[in-house]
Design a protein around this ligand. Structure first.
Ligand SMILES: NC(=O)c1ccc[n+]([C@@H]2O[C@H](COP(=O)([O-])OP(=O)(O)OC[C@H]3O[C@@H](n4cnc5c(N)ncnc54)[C@H](O)[C@@H]3O)[C@@H](O)[C@H]2O)c1
Length: 264
């Protein structure tokens, strides 16, 4: 079992939502955090909150789609804390739209998901994760670190209407742990470096809680536990997987029993 105490977590999207919650969980358990996010003000606020809890916190304003920003993030962790033990590349966005929307009356297509909508989600949710993981894992190998790369997929990876961009990016998160674990195994690193993905359902972050009641009720009608998953429950799962070194190469769902599958 690995200990969180004194372990160093690099978390992108760490200023808000699930990333922030993982950061809080990590410092409450005695770990140190390096938070990367584009949202500068939120990053300052989160740092202050975590330091008030006694946490050791470094922050880097970064755009995960930029190679040099991801390198700077990983370097900061090594320079300030000497190691990286958890990589949580949780920065992500949605830009939902149906790929094609025909007009109800004419039956002719009047709207399409734009190329920008498609590319931006892939750029942040997929390319951004690749860059964050590559830069952090390079330093984990070179500095002889032990730990976990924990990606975030989603139940959306199974195919949700209106999310061809997001679902595709999250489906990629389901295969990456297998690729990375196989590569680490081939290079004799898999006994100290693991990679997994967690796949949450609907989590009670501001984005989801801000939905109108009708949309929320529709979602909850499909969730057997009858409520949203709390971000603290997701953070707990990340901690459990980190500690348990038998957990590797797999995708772990956390969705309250959500009835899965595509919806029309
Ligand atoms: N909330 C859910 O229900 C849910 C469910 C499944 C998966 N997820 C995934 O969990 C992750 C976190 O989601 P969340 O709900 O906490 O979202 P959130 O919007 O609350 O937080 C995302 C964070 O990422 C940051 N970010 C966005 N683009 C960035 C970029 N290019 N570079 C650096 N930082 C950037 C934002 O500033 C923000 O702080 C995402 O990958 C999301 O897809 C969320």
């Amino acid at each position: 079992m690995l200990e969180i105490k004194d372990a160093v977590a690099v978390i992108t999207g760490g200023a808000m939502g699930i990333g922030k919650c993982v950061a809080k969980f990590w410092v409450e358990n005695g770990g140190k955090v390096v938070l990367g996010d584009m949202a500068q003000d939120a990053l300052v606020e989160t740092k202050a909150e975590l330091e008030a809890l006694g946490g050791k916190v470094a922050t880097v304003v970064c755009n995960v789609t930029k190679e040099e920003d991801c390198a700077a993030l990983a370097d900061t962790a090594i320079e300030q804390f000497g190691q990286i033990n958890l990589v949580a590349p949780f920065a992500g966005i949605i830009k939902d739209a149906m790929m094609l929307s025909p007009d109800k009356e004419t039956g002719k297509v009047t709207r399409k998901m734009t190329l920008e909508q498609f590319k931006l989600v892939i750029e942040i949710n997929l390319t951004g994760v690749f860059l964050t993981v590559r830069e952090c894992a390079e330093r984990m190998i070179n500095e002889n670190c032990r730990g976990l790369i924990c990606l975030v997929s989603s139940t959306g990876s199974l195919g949700t209407a209106g999310q061809i961009n997001y679902a595709s990016s999250k489906a990629a998160m389901s295969v990456m742990p297998k690729v990375i674990t196989a590569e680490f195994f081939r290079r004799g690193l898999a006994n100290r470096l693991r990679c997994v993905a967690i796949a949450p359902g609907y989590v009670a972050t501001p984005m989801v809680k801000g939905m109108d009641q009708k949309a929320l009720d529709k979602i909850l009608a499909d969730v057997p536990i009858g409520r949203l998953v709390e971000p603290e429950e997701v953070a707990q799962l990340v901690g459990d997987i980190y500690r348990n070194e038998a957990m590797a190469g797999e995708v772990y769902f956390i969705h309250g029993g959500l009835r899965l599958g595509s919806r029309g």
